[in-house]
Design a protein. Structure first.
Length: 565
């Protein structure tokens, strides 16, 4: 790649001329650039001082290149397929048109010389960069390759070890399957499910829009678009999934829930089906419940040695209330399942109340809430107390009555485990008090609270190390500032170019003692509880996360994204 750009103006000057930034903002960014070693433009976008579109237009003026708004119809299919989809995603570049021996390529970085060289070696053409926004490039790559054969490539990956289990297709639906035999719909649906299991996705989203149907996987808590079939295929995909879930395919106006069980990759996987009618059609979400991928051992929860010892100590109690807290998707249920699996033995009667039952455990009496017939957490909990339980797991404490019965059960000789939606361990105490649980009863029953988050781990395939800034090193508590290294992921095909693959939990564990019991009995404020926790010397969740950063498991950005106190 021989093209070298010699800007005549500085980027800051152009932004000032366009009145996109102020002198004060530029001074702040230049100071950050010295500390972080990052580009001025990237800092401006990250700080939301300048929109990416405005930055790219200013950059185009600086290096004398055209700026383009990528949209369907602006790129030539023949040019697009000069580069395969995986390479386009990795480089975040899209060929848009070929003129003789020149290939015009949309990019956000006019100085990406190694990437241009790679494209030239792959295509034999001279790269001519055209600037565009990153979000437009990624969107265009998805649309371009999906519209031009991506579906056949996707279905082509289908392996032979896929079987639908317990399918009871009504006679009226037989004709649909017969019609589908001559189409790629069955193979397409099967391959989507199979790929999601292979990629360890937790959910599949199938959502229609005006012009296309979008298929996205939630992997490690983040949604990634994997394909975008034409909108004409959406109704057939939905019908096929409803047939697999033994639901009414003629009902499109009301939401439906169902269950699909498949055998793939040598194991049985359950999928919870949920449909929701929208203005362009039904949106489908499939929750993937793969027991083989679930963590059912405390040793595999990723706790520090100190936290694991504390948690096991709480499980040794014969009675009391133990709460797991955190937002939705923070791994609370997994922690409780691991606890139940640890406590499980033939000598104990363990009963659970769940909504829904996600994983089946041996010897454990698991029960599912059915609110449609009045079988709520409260009703079931009252009856379970007559079943001579030793340990009770309540999937979630949602209201005052459930909270009161759980506390009473803990006071009458049962070990009760449950979850709450709060951001911190101290917040769990306040939430219980806000539910009008008597302070003296909570003080007598609560034995501990474990607060947690799930953070993404660095992809091992593209993991690299770097020396953090002095400020960041101080924040992380690194002793050898200036020489100490931490890790990050560059982004590759294995991790959908995110730099992350897999997740671990970070924790904060609060145990009850006589001082906390006295504090709870006084109906304390949140500030009172947080002051008590700070005085106890409990390792905060953020510090627990920074420990994972120092060990090279995750990044400071991921910890700060997930921990919001």
């Amino acid at each position: 790649m021989s093209t070298i750009f010699k800007p005549q103006k500085k980027l800051g000057e152009i932004l000032l001329e366009r009145k996109l930034v102020t002198e004060e903002q530029l001074a702040e960014v230049f100071a950050l650039q010295k500390k972080l070693g990052r580009r001025v433009g990237q800092i401006l976008v990250d700080k939301r001082m300048v929109a990416e579109k405005d930055l790219q237009q200013a950059l185009a003026e600086q290096v004398h290149l055209p700026y383009v708004w990528l949209r369907p119809g602006i790129y030539d299919p023949d040019a697009v397929f000069l580069l395969n989809k995986e390479t386009a995603f990795r480089l975040e570049m899209l060929p848009i048109i070929k003129v003789r021996n020149d290939l015009f390529v949309a990019t956000r970085d006019p100085q990406a010389i190694p990437e241009f060289d790679e494209i030239e070696s792959r295509t034999g053409l001279k790269v001519r960069p055209v600037l565009a926004c990153r979000v437009d490039i990624v969107k265009a790559i998805n649309e371009a390759y999906s519209e031009m054969g991506g579906i056949s490539d996707f279905v082509g990956e289908l392996e032979s070890d896929f079987e639908l289990l317990d399918s009871q297709i009504p006679d009226d639906y037989t004709a649909i399957d017969e019609m589908a035999e001559g189409s790629p719909i069955i193979n397409l649906v099967n391959s989507v499910i199979q790929r999601s299991v292979k990629d360890k996705a937790s959910d599949i989203h199938i959502e229609p829009s005006r012009t296309k149907c979008r298929v996205r996987f939630r992997i490690d808590g983040i949604l990634y678009e994997v394909m975008a079939p034409k909108i004409e295929m959406h109704a057939a995909i939905v019908s096929r999934l409803k047939v697999m879930a033994s639901l009414d395919i003629a009902e499109r106006r009301m939401p439906q829930d169902g269950r699909i069980q498949v055998h793939t990759h040598g194991r049985i996987v359950d999928l919870r089906f949920s449909s929701l009618p929208g203005i362009f059609g039904e949106k489908i979400v499939l929750r993937i419940l793969d027991k083989d991928q679930s963590i059912l051992e405390i040793e595999k929860l990723g706790m520090t040695a100190a936290n694991e010892k504390t948690f096991l100590g709480l499980l040794d109690y014969s009675h009391g209330l133990l709460l797991a807290t955190g937002p939705t998707g923070s791994g609370k249920s997994t922690t409780l399942y691991a606890a139940i699996n640890h406590l499980n033995s033939i000598e104990k009667n363990i009963v659970t109340i769940e909504d829904p039952v996600e994983y089946q455990l041996d010897i454990v009496n698991q029960n599912q809430v059915k609110e449609a017939i009045g079988l709520t957490f409260v009703v079931m909990l009252k009856h379970i107390l007559r079943q001579d339980p030793d340990i009770i797991m309540v999937g979630e404490i949602r209201d005052r009555e459930t909270a009161e019965i759980a506390v009473q059960a803990a006071l009458t000789g049962h070990l009760v485990l449950s979850t709450l939606h709060t951001n911190s361990s101290g917040g769990a105490i306040n939430r219980m008090l806000e539910m009008d649980v008597e302070p003296y009863l909570l003080a007598s029953s609560l034995i501990g609270v474990i607060s947690q988050r799930l953070v993404r781990t660095i992809c091992p395939a593209c993991k690299t190390q770097y020396v953090p800034s002095a400020e960041l090193a101080e924040t992380l508590g690194l002793r050898d500032a200036g020489t100490a290294r931490i890790a990050k992921g560059r982004g590759c095909r294995e991790c959908y170019d995110s730099g992350y693959k897999g997740r671990i939990a970070i924790h904060e564990i609060l145990t009850s003692d006589s001082e906390l019991q006295r504090l709870m009995s006084t109906n304390p404020t949140n500030d009172d509880i947080e002051a008590y926790i700070a005085g106890r010397g409990i390792v905060p969740m953020q510090e627990d996360g920074y420990d994972r950063v120092r060990r090279g498991l995750t990044t400071p950005e991921e910890i700060n994204r997930m921990v919001n106190f």
